[in-house]
Write a protein that binds this ligand. Structure first.
Ligand code: COA
Ligand code: AMP
Length: 631
């Protein structure tokens, strides 16, 4: 080890202002910031106050001016439509400038919200960048969410304009988006003034006259516009993420801190250089897609891959390796689940052996705990470093990683390595004291958070403080539990709240419980996440029926499954539930979900001393055994 990592990490914490001012020098400012950090009005930290910039300029125009005009900025590779389309920096800049002009003609101005509900097509990236070009605020909603979830986000974000497409394409089925959007708009009082609809060849959406516009016609009519400078502290986007209730949290990211941190991270965490090819196999509806499909690769002058398809089934387990070979991908980022699905179909690595993966330098994994088996399989099969790294929608970029751009540290399976420069990670006990090395506690980040992390929650500063800052004063609460070992390696073991991680997708069991509780025959319910060999976790529902309800269990479960799919969306992957007589609770009435999960996953568990009636745990265990759990 050269000690480079130790040195840079120490510098970042000893003098954050100097550290981040240097990183800010890599960004093109319209007006340079007068300070690095302004912490004078808690709970909000303002990064680079006084600075003015435009995010889209830093992603596109800067590179066109600096000699990368003909280099590919974005390559769209769709396994589901068998299409490859490449956009040079000049082409992407021109498309974005025209579409921004079209949005401006619809009335979009600096500070307005534009919501996107789009599949993985280049127009989605063009839409996001066009919004940023106007100094407006985008809010992308993942395509796997149903109308009700979409409606909640529309109501809360109050977008002036919504961008959508006629359909998404899932293996074996075309998924019409427009009826979902129309149903969502019907439900809200904050109705958008306009919708812009990309008609895909697979499905034609009907347009509401006066409100809806055809994307292609509108884009063609747009007169290109330049970049609107905004204050560093103005919001770039709102991204809703699952909280512990049915109402998602609107994570707000600013323009300046985001640009500085993301550009720095792609180079120093991921080890990328301008001109290289980066592929984050995620979705623009998730934070990974925002940070590492759209923004960071473009800030650094890389080529970014936009992949529409799955790791398996579109058409086979060789899909990822074909993309790597075809576009000479230098670094790939995906979720452990995607690798597990490939490994399940190609454990011998035959597709891997058949592909030319000589361009591939590293594979990064995040989104859920990376199980050591899968990491070891990938290391063996791909013969490149496989880097587990840990972060959250809220932070926007990695909290802990093996920073290949600084110094490759030894890998320890099960650990995302060390806290990344800028993050002061502390593990605390329930009383807020630091726990000794090796002991599990609440993983927290000592304030201030580095640039690029959430600034607040949309229209809800008080909610931001109460959700993240109040439990441990002076620290940001990640809601993950884990420990540090003697080498300062972090081990992230579990969430401390009711959030579960299904196929790398963050979901709220509370939101599912809200849907189930609305069933007329259900008196009360609980949803827990149970371990699954492929998706990491799967939701499992327990329903206690009203005394008068005489229901066939299978029929009732089918209704619950259908209503969660209908209300939250297929991405919830809610497919199993059962009827129980009673739920185990503490004497104060809190459902013992943690104990139920341990029983289901056959982990060691103890009867909590606060339990109201211990016999209920035996009933639950019997039901879980019947379902094939608690072995
Ligand atoms: N639009 C509409 N529906 C979607 C969707 C989208 N964008 N994404 C997923 N869905 C649907 C799926 O079709 C599936 O429907 P089904 O119940 O009818 O089969 C359901 O939502 C559940 O999806 P998922 O849990 O993703 O399972 P899957 O079987 O479709 O795919 C994997 C499994 C492992 C291939 C896939 O989950 C995957 O690639 N995960 C990686 C996740 C990721 O990139 N996370 C980001 C962090 S890095
Ligand atoms: P999201 O906000 O969707 O990115 O989900 C963030 C959550 O996913 C974290 O709080 C963790 O619970 C989990 N997570 C993400 N990456 C990892 C990782 N590398 N190891 C363990 N858990 C992870």
């Amino acid at each position: 080890m050269s000690g480079a990592f130790e040195k840079i990490y120490a510098e970042s914490l000893a003098n954050p202002a100097a550290f981040w001012m240097k990183a800010a020098g890599q960004i093109e400012w319209v007006r340079r910031p007068r300070a690095v950090i302004d912490d004078s009005s808690p709970p909000i930290t303002r990064w680079f106050p006084g600075g003015m910039l435009n995010t889209c300029y830093n992603a596109l125009d800067l590179h066109v001016a600096a000699g990368r005009a003909d280099q590919a900025a974005l390559i769209y590779d769709s396994a589901v439509t068998d299409t490859v389309r490449s956009f040079s920096y000049r082409e992407l800049r021109d498309e974005v400038a025209r579409f921004a002009g079209a949005l401006a003609e619809l009335g979009v101005e600096r500070g307005d919200v534009v919501l996107l509900y789009m599949p993985m097509v280049p127009e989605a990236v063009i839409g996001m960048l066009a919004v940023a070009r106007l100094g407006a605020v985008h809010s992308v909603v993942f395509g796997g969410f149903a109308a009700n979830e979409l409606a909640q986000r529309i109501q809360h974000a109050a977008p002036k304009v919504i961008l959508t497409a006629s359909c998404g394409i899932e293996p074996g089925r075309v998924l019409a988006y427009k009826p979902l959007l129309d149903a969502a708009i019907d439900q809200v009082s904050n109705k958008p003034q306009h919708c812009v609809v990309l008609q895909r060849p697979q499905e034609t959406a009907s347009l509401v006259p006066g409100r809806d516009h055809d994307w292609t016609t509108l884009a063609a009519s747009g007169a290109p516009v330049g970049c609107t400078p905004v204050a560093s502290t103005e919001p770039l986007y709102v991204l809703y993420t699952s909280g512990t209730t049915g109402m998602p949290k609107g994570v707000v990211r600013d323009n300046g801190g985001h640009a500085v941190a993301l550009k720095w991270s792609l180079e120093h965490v991921y080890g990328m250089q301008p001109g290289e090819v980066f592929w984050a196999a995620s979705d623009i509806g998730w934070v990974v897609g925002h940070s590492y499909i759209v923004y960071a690769p473009l800030f650094l002058g890389c080529t970014s891959i936009l992949y529409e398809g799955k790791p398996v089934g579109t058409p086979d387990a060789g899909a990822f390796w074909r993309v790597v070979e075809r576009h000479r991908v230098d670094t790939l980022f995906t979720a452990p689940t995607a690798l597990r699905s490939i490994k399940r179909e190609d454990s011998g690595g035959e597709y891997i052996a058949r592909s030319d993966l000589s361009s591939l330098r590293a594979l990064f994994l995040a989104g859920e705990r990376a199980d050591p088996d899968t990491v070891a399989w990938a290391e063996r099969s791909l013969a490149v470093p496989v880097i587990d790294h840990w972060w959250q929608t809220e932070t926007g970029w990695p909290i802990a990683a093996n920073c290949l751009g600084i110094e490759a540290l030894p890998v320890k399976h099960g650990s995302p390595t060390r806290p990344v420069p800028g993050y002061d990670v502390r593990v605390l006990d329930d009383d807020g004291n630091e726990v000794p090395t090796g002991e599990t506690g609440h993983i927290t980040l000592k304030l201030p958070l580095p640039p690029g992390c959430l600034k607040t929650l949309w229209q809800n500063d008080a909610g931001f403080a109460s959700a993240y800052l109040e439990r441990f004063p002076g620290y940001y609460q990640t809601s993950d539990a884990g420990y540090k070992d003697e080498d300062d390696y972090l081990f992230v073991m579990a969430r401390t709240d009711d959030i579960i991680n299904v196929a790398g997708h963050r979901l709220s069991t509370g939101a599912m419980e809200e849907v189930i509780a609305e069933h007329p025959d259900v008196a009360e319910c609980a949803v827990i996440g149970v371990a699954d060999a492929l998706k990491g976790q799967l939701p499992l529902g327990f329903a206690v029926l009203n005394a008068e309800a005489q229901r066939d269990e299978a029929e009732l479960v089918a209704e619950l499954v259908a209503s969660v799919r209908e209300r939250i969306g297929p991405v919830a992957a809610f497919k199993q539930a059962c009827v129980v007589e009673r739920l185990p609770k503490t004497r104060s009435g809190k459902i013992l979900r943690g104990t139920m999960r341990k029983i289901a996953d056959s982990e060691p568990w103890r009867t909590p001393p606060t339990i109201d009636d211990p016999a209920i745990l035996d009933e639950i265990r019997a039901v879980l055994e019947r379902l094939g759990y608690a072995k």
